[in-house]
Design a protein around this ligand. Structure first.
Ligand SMILES: [Zn+2]
Length: 179
């Protein structure tokens, strides 16, 4: 919710527009919430705000609508976001690169309950979902999937794997490699 929400709500209630305005400027598909996309344990521990500005919300809404929600529906398994938006301060507190696309709401880390990160990456490719970068992580590296979708410009469609030993390697999920 925006910080203006109570005021908007009060005004809208008298006009009978609550349902429309409560849907937010950048609506998320049913079942999705800004809380899950902006949750940050690191921010909470440090008392930092992790509230996404409108541009980042627009990017996150696009990512959910065009990638995460279609993926969840196709797999019929829940997508669980582990790290979505990171404010610049939170991102730097975590020691991440300032160029991280999480800072602009153009990247989300997640896992799918009942599917390995490699299976999830394969599904993203099989379903021809849009992305700029897709990385699947080994169990010891977080066991999650990172997907980035640029707000503008070309999507590089770069696929990489984060192995246990560290670093990132160009790789396709075995399911895709072997057809
Ligand atoms: Zn990430």
């Amino acid at each position: 919710m925006t910080r203006f929400f109570p005021l908007v709500l009060a005004g809208a209630a008298s006009l009978g527009l609550v349902a429309v305005l409560a849907a937010d400027d950048h609506p998320l598909p049913p079942g999705w919430s800004w809380e899950q996309l902006m949750h940050s344990a690191a921010a909470r521990q440090r008392g930092l705000s992790n509230d996404a500005p409108p541009e980042a919300r627009q990017n996150l809404a696009r990512l959910v609508t065009t990638v995460l929600d279609p993926l969840q529906r196709a797999l019929a398994k829940p997508v669980v976001v582990t790290s979505g938006y990171r404010s610049p301060v939170v991102n730097s507190a975590l020691g991440r690169e300032p160029t991280s696309l999480h800072v602009t709401g153009e990247a989300v880390d997640f896992f799918v309950r009942g599917a390995s990160p490699e299976e999830v990456a394969a599904a993203v490719l099989r379903l021809r979902l849009p992305f700029h970068e897709l990385i699947w992580y080994a169990p010891g590296r977080g066991n999650h999937v990172h997907v980035a979708l640029r707000a503008a410009g070309d999507q590089a469609r770069r696929v990489r794997y984060a192995p246990e030993r560290g670093g990132l390697v160009a790789a396709l999920p075995s399911e895709v490699r072997h057809g």
